[in-house]
Write a protein that binds this ligand. Structure first.
Ligand code: GLY
Ligand code: MN
Ligand code: MN
Length: 434
């Protein structure tokens, strides 16, 4: 059993920040994720809820973190699976109630077997009950006859700015993922299978005691134009690019990198034109990661560069104002080729909580020191598309470049800077370790 990644005081601080803002005579329930069946009696590997990881670092299944506020004071209880030799022979040794009460940052631990009885006592006299629905069917059932509110919105804001200890783990995840991409670029050759690149990247994650933070995307040629491509089952021919969007997590903290390179080591002129454009947009997006700037600054910066470049390359035949869209709405025709947001917050979830996903009405948070964001512009010219005219020269090209960026008082710090992205660096690296 591995220990907790943070000191007790780090967890207690987080609990205090969240709980101080909740009303007196309230109770907060944070169930972990449910187990997910893969087939018959085989489960997917269990991954704890980011909320329970954040508040107390509990990684076993069937846990529920509870905090009860009364007369301004808090008591925290962690419900856990009790020790049970018969189950442990099959599934592994549990921390158990005693272990949880001694080694975890909570006032008490209790057995999940007693959940119903204990919850009924805990909610007595409470005016507010906060919970996360849909994770624990048993808890949902117990609370089904009382009024509850969503707990997430009271925690999300606190997760946005990362502590020094969190940043340290995120740097580790960024470094492992950067090195995995370097290894993949070095090992690439014309005719390699997408699944083989996936194996190199994920093998490096595993070798470093890490795991993917989202299913790796390895798309060769036209497959690179599918934003969440996941089959990874095609071979990649000479002349094609491969787009690899793969990140790992360390103690739950994610990295998220995309690099795109030619499998034969040489960009064609057309690929080079699009690559240079995406890279300029990405650098402009990173430069826009300044403390105090509105969330949309990054997206505006990347969009202006991409729209101007699409016009210059003759892909769009309009003015920059028209390309960007009516009343500067950033929904103009450049979006035919750059159809996702410029980035998202990064943390315990790869698309971390705290707002800022482009495409919805959320204006997003103001950028603050300690936030970690991704910057990931791309251009996609799927030859399979029937909704837009794709110039023959660029048909089948999909390019995205994505880095993880820490906002600091003195500007952006790229956590994934170790991973090359300049054309000459990439060309020199492809296939260099075969
Ligand atoms: N890997 C998903 C994303 O880049 O947002
Ligand atoms: Mn990504
Ligand atoms: Mn991303």
């Amino acid at each position: 059993m591995a220990g907790l990644p943070f000191t007790d005081s780090e967890y207690l601080n987080r609990q205090k920040n969240v709980l101080d803002e909740l009303p007196s005579e309230s109770v907060l329930f944070i169930p972990t994720n449910p187990r997910a069946v893969r087939s018959n009696d085989v489960s997917y590997p269990f991954r704890a809820s980011s909320y329970i990881l954040y508040l107390c670092g509990w990684t076993e299944p069937d846990g529920i973190f509870v905090a009860r506020k009364s007369s301004g004071n808090w008591k925290t209880i962690l419900f856990v699976q009790p020790r049970d030799t018969k189950s442990e022979i099959w599934e592994g040794i549990r921390v158990g109630v005693e272990g949880a009460s001694e080694g975890w940052p909570v006032d008490e631990a209790a057995s999940i077997v007693d959940l119903e009885k204990e919850v009924r006592i805990l909610i007595q006299g409470c005016t507010d009950i906060f919970t996360i629905e849909g994770s624990s069917p048993e808890l949902d059932m117990i609370l089904s006859d009382v009024d509850t509110s969503d707990a997430k919105s009271h925690i999300d804001g606190h997760r946005i700015v990362k502590s020094e200890m969190e940043i340290e783990l995120m740097m580790k995840a960024a470094t492992i993922a950067s090195n995995a991409h370097i290894l993949a670029i070095e090992s690439t050759y014309a005719g390699i299978g997408e699944w083989q690149i996936q194996a190199i990247v994920e093998g490096h994650f595993a070798h470093n005691k890490s795991q993917w933070s989202y299913p790796s995307i390895v798309g060769g040629g036209d497959n690179a134009t599918i934003l969440h491509y996941k089959e990874n089952d095609c071979t990649i021919e000479s002349g094609d690019l491969v787009l690899v969007d793969a990140g790992c997590e360390v103690e739950g903290y994610a990295s998220d990198i995309t690099r795109t390179w030619p499998v034969n080591g040489q960009f064609t002129d057309a690929q080079r034109e699009i690559y240079e454009l995406v890279l300029s947009a990405e650098l402009a997006g990173i430069e826009a990661c300044q403390p105090g700037s509105p969330w949309l600054s990054m997206h505006r910066a990347t969009s202006m560069v991409l729209a101007a470049g699409l016009i210059e390359l003759g892909i769009l035949d309009c003015s920059i104002e028209e390309a960007i869209g009516e009343e500067n709405d950033f929904n103009g025709p450049y979006r035919n080729f750059f159809m996702h947001g410029t980035g998202h917050l990064l943390g315990l979830d790869v698309h971390d909580v705290g707002g800022g996903r482009q495409g919805d009405d959320d204006p997003g948070p103001i950028l603050r020191p300690g936030m970690v964001v991704t910057v990931e512009p791309g251009l996609y010219f799927g030859s399979w598309r029937t909704d837009v005219t794709i110039p023959e020269r660029y048909s089948g090209i999909g390019i995205r470049i994505e880095d993880d960026v820490l906002i600091t008082d003195s500007g952006p710090v790229v956590l994934t800077a170790n991973c090359p992205k300049k054309i000459d660096e990439i060309e020199a690296l492809v296939g260099s370790n075969r």
